[in-house]
Write a protein that binds this ligand. Structure first.
Ligand code: FES
Length: 285
């Protein structure tokens, strides 16, 4: 599909709610309903730098807009990994290279990659929850010597729902001191690995909580069960980090959609420790 041609895009730094008009550089299918969309400026440069965990608003004019975590970035693009779940994401999936798309951001805080230096890090995610995790994983792998052991525990409903399949099955397991643990919830003849829900799979791995930080991202059920498992495994709530970017709307503290008690996810998050979340009324667990 083609979007409406706009002559002028206003930089989001000057007019916060007006998107910068960009274009699609590339679309990489991940699964039957997930695709990674690479966005570049109209002059083929990267629209802006985003820190791992930061979010941006993607819009398909005139259909609407949605907030996504930046899943990775290159010299001339930002990448967003989008699951087709509704009207706007349908339109995003229908885009083709060269089509125009609105972009505003980057919003919110980011994963504490400086504080994690020298630490062992356990990533836990399911399905599309890989998108924000990937931004930090690739950041750390690009600076491998700065970080300790990396474990990734990742699950999908079936093997066909695992995103970044080449990375998780081929590329990342070959990296020094990186360990990838995969499971699916429903076995199929093509899958020779674990068939198990994420939380019991996580508990079965015997991962030591000592000196290890967790970054957790997934749907509500995975989030709740894995959090309980991590506490049982001995992880301190202050060492369990997550992101709530799905609850953001305007991104700039105006719409009130994201507030929890005295905090706004868009201004104070989306990255929080579980200890911080526990202190907020109406938090997610
Ligand atoms: S997303 Fe609108 S106030 Fe936070």
């Amino acid at each position: 599909m083609s979007t409406i041609e706009l002559e002028h895009g206003c930089a989001q730094t000057n007019v916060p709610l007006v998107p910068l008009i960009c274009k699609v550089k590339e679309i990489i299918p991940q699964t039957s309903d997930v695709a990674s969309i690479r966005i570049t400026s109209l002059d083929d440069t990267k629209p802006y730098d985003a820190k791992p965990g930061q979010t941006s608003m993607l819009s398909v004019i005139p259909y609407g807009e949605c907030m996504f975590a930046v899943s990775s970035q290159g010299d001339d693009y930002l990448e967003f990994t989008v699951k087709r779940v509704g009207y706007v994401t349908e339109q995003l999936h229908a885009l083709r290279p060269g089509d125009q798309v609105g972009l505003r951001g980057p919003y919110g805080n980011w994963f504490p990659y400086e504080e994690l230096k020298g630490r062992d890090v356990l990533f836990v995610g399911g399905g599309i929850g890989m998108a924000p995790l990937r931004s930090l994983i690739t950041y750390m792998l690009d600076r491998r010597e700065d970080y300790g052991r990396i474990d990734l525990v990742y699950s999908g409903s079936t093997v066909d729902d695992l995103v970044y399949y080449d990375d998780i099955t081929e590329n990342w397991p070959k990296i020094d001191n990186m360990h990838v643990h995969l499971s699916v919830y429903k076995g199929t003849p093509e899958w020779a690995g674990e068939v198990c829900y994420t939380a019991p799979f996580l508990e079965s791995l015997g991962i030591d909580a000592k000196d290890r930080v967790v970054v957790l991202c997934g749907g509500p059920s995975l989030f709740k069960t894995c959090f309980q498992s991590l506490v049982r495994l001995g992880f301190a709530k202050s060492d369990i980090i997550t992101t709530l970017e799905m609850k953001m709307k305007c991104g700039i503290g105006k719409c009130g959609r994201c507030n929890m008690g005295s905090k706004y996810i868009c201004l104070d998050g989306p990255v929080f420790t579980m200890q911080e979340l526990e202190e907020l009324p109406g938090s997610v667990h």
